[in-house]
Design a protein around this ligand. Structure first.
Ligand code: ADP
Ligand code: MG
Length: 560
């Protein structure tokens, strides 16, 4: 039986799984034929765990036990400003755990963020297995191009907890480009405009045959479809207050309902000029009478509200062009990705900003998962070529997309199997500079932003005192010269150094960002040539023993 590798787009709002079938990549749907599944996990009083659409419905009535937007938290230490900010907005309680991990408390459980994401990944695995009618254990998972090292590591951990062998972490825009360009023999510069639920990302790539090279990437992690919902909600709240004197802001349950209705209104306005909704029994008046909200919004009015948010995406596109050092007019195609690109104002604005019609031939909700499935199949082919094919020369030639020369069969000889599909080569870049803390509170850049990955850079470190046998350095990602203004990843610890006079021992430390975008280090004593202990202690990382604890304890529930 053919083996499949799942391509999973693990989104902030929705997740999608796909797999490469003989006819090409295909989105794997649930029993109701739905591909995208809400990335929501709800803990039911019965002890079962609901994931996806069922969990989204639970959010309306049981918000404190329903976890959404876990992707905003993944790989972030509890004390970080982002988590502190999100903790204030979320209906579910969060606390700090060991090693500054973010712990979510629901019912009587304590969950780490990778465990929450593991429930989503497992749900996608169950849906896939149902459609493919076989067990699937391998996956390629996508992450935003601007995810830092800790976020990528935490995503890998989530896959592992869900029982998936994660062959590769790839960037969402690169996956989208792959879905558009694989097997097309393109020679074009493509801009991927990804406007999702919580974030906006833009990436400029150059596609040469099967080589997908990222030229630049930029984004805003606080700009997405949710922001449009909030604008509509604000209107609803104001109108309700004016008509009923009831302040819905004080009422969590009413706000959850309004958020959900606001999203519906927004989506309706993508298809029609006007949206009319009635929200029954949104609240009760002082006399106990039900208070309803009758709400009408014209698309024109929505567009006036939304304009500012849409404009912000183009400031980020400008930044990407500056980084790529290319002018806007050399872009050949603009590919739309993400649910928010269904908004007509977004499409029109993209068209006028780039002076060309955007590509939207692939469903913007599915394109990332399809690309991940293509990459998954190609990785599988790389490790396990079909036994009947000549393997010695195949990988190199196919990597370049040239395929194998066709040799006609001799008379009487059976025709050889078809040549393997060309395999894509992804040349990605690191979204942030990697640095170490140096004296005076400054950060020294080791691997700069936008460097092609895998990337490697050697630095020499020396203990500052006589006889010192270990040294540690704080490491960070970010663009500020001040260490504190960047994201601190953790500590690099060099141990077991040979005791010597100050300045005598020099340790060559090699920093490597691998194909997953994950940081690795190794170190060598310059004089003796001996390999040195070098470990990175990441802030907020799960220890091996803590992995999958709650996942095993509670067990995944809520099937496909
Ligand atoms: P993410 O990648 O962040 O998980 P998605 O690409 O799935 O996000 O996009 C989700 C966002 O797209 C949500 O804010 C959702 O409301 C919005 N969205 C989905 N369909 C439409 C539509 N028809 N019109 C406007 N917005 C939409
Ligand atoms: Mg997305």
């Amino acid at each position: 039986m053919a083996e499949f590798v799942l391509g999973i787009d693990l989104g902030t709002s929705n997740s999608v799984a796909a797999a490469e079938r003989p006819d090409g990549p295909e989105v794997l749907v649930d029993a109701e034929k739905r591909g995208p599944q809400p990335s929501i996990v709800s803990f039911h009083p019965s002890g079962s765990v609901l994931v996806g659409h069922e969990a989204k419905r639970r959010r309306l009535i049981d918000a404190e036990n329903t976890i959404y937007s876990a992707k905003r938290l993944i790989g972030r230490p509890f004390s970080s400003p982002e988590v502190q900010k999100i903790a204030k907005q979320m209906p579910y309680p969060m606390v700090g755990g060991d090693n500054d991990q973010t712990i979510i408390e629901v019912r009587d459980q304590r969950l780490t963020v990778p465990e929450v994401s593991a429930f989503v990944l497992h749900h996608m695995k169950v849906i896939a297995e149902r459609t493919l009618r076989q067990t699937v254990n391998k996956a390629v998972i996508t992450v935003p191009a601007n995810f830092n090292d800790a976020q990528r590591n935490a995503t890998l951990a989530a896959g592992e907890i869900a029982g998936l062998d994660v062959l590769r972490i790839i960037n969402e825009p690169t996956a989208a480009a792959l879905a558009y360009g694989h097997g097309k023999k393109m020679d074009r510069k493509v801009l991927v405009y990804d406007f999702g639920g919580g974030t906006f990302d833009v990436t400029i790539l150059e596609i040469h045959g099967e080589v997908f090279e990222v030229l630049a990437t930029a984004g805003d992690t606080y700009l997405g479809g949710d922001d449009f919902d909030v604008l509509i909600m604000d209107r609803m709240v104001a109108q309700f207050l004016e008509q009923t004197r009831y302040d819905a802001r004080q009422d969590g349950a009413a706000m959850e309902r309004l958020r959900s209705v606001a999203e519906q209104v927004k989506c309706q306005l993508s298809g029609q000029g006007r949206s009319v909704v009635q929200v029954q029994e949104l609240a009760y008046g002082p006399d106990g009478a039900a208070l309803n909200l009758d709400f009408v919004l014209q698309r024109d009015d929505f567009e006036k509200l939304a304009e500012g948010l849409v404009d912000r995406t183009f400031a980020i596109c400008d930044e990407a062009f500056k980084l790529a050092q290319i002018p806007i007019n050399v872009v050949d195609e603009v590919a739309l990705v993400g649910g928010s690109t269904r908004i007509p104002l977004v499409r029109e604005s993209v068209r006028s900003y780039f002076a060309r019609a955007p590509l939207a031939t692939i469903n913007p909700d599915e394109v990332v998962a399809l690309g991940a499935a293509i990459q998954g199949a190609s990785l599988l082919a790389a490790v396990a070529p079909p036994p009947s094919l000549p393997t010695a020369s195949a990988p190199q030639t196919t990597l370049q997309g040239r395929g194998m020369p066709a040799i006609p069969p001799a008379p009487g000889e059976t025709r050889p199997p078809p040549p393997p599909k060309p395999r894509p080569l992804l040349l990605d870049v690191t979204p942030m500079s990697l640095g170490v803390a140096i004296v005076g509170g400054y950060a020294k850049v080791i691997i700069p932003r936008n460097a092609q990955v895998p990337a490697e850079q050697m630095e020499v470190f020396s203990p500052g005192a006589d006889g010192q046998t270990s040294v540690s350095f704080r490491i960070c990602q970010g663009e500020s010269q001040r260490f504190e203004e960047n994201t601190e990843l953790g500590e690099l610890i060099l141990a077991g150094l040979r005791p010597a006079a100050r300045g005598e021992v020099k340790i060559e430390v090699t920093f490597e960002i691998d194909t997953n975008g994950v940081l690795k280090v190794h170190a060598k004593d310059e004089t003796t040539g001996r390999m040195q202990d070098a470990t990175i202690k990441l802030r907020g990382e799960l220890g091996a023993s803590e992995m999958s604890d709650a996942f095993e304890r509670i067990g995944p529930g809520g099937g496909a």
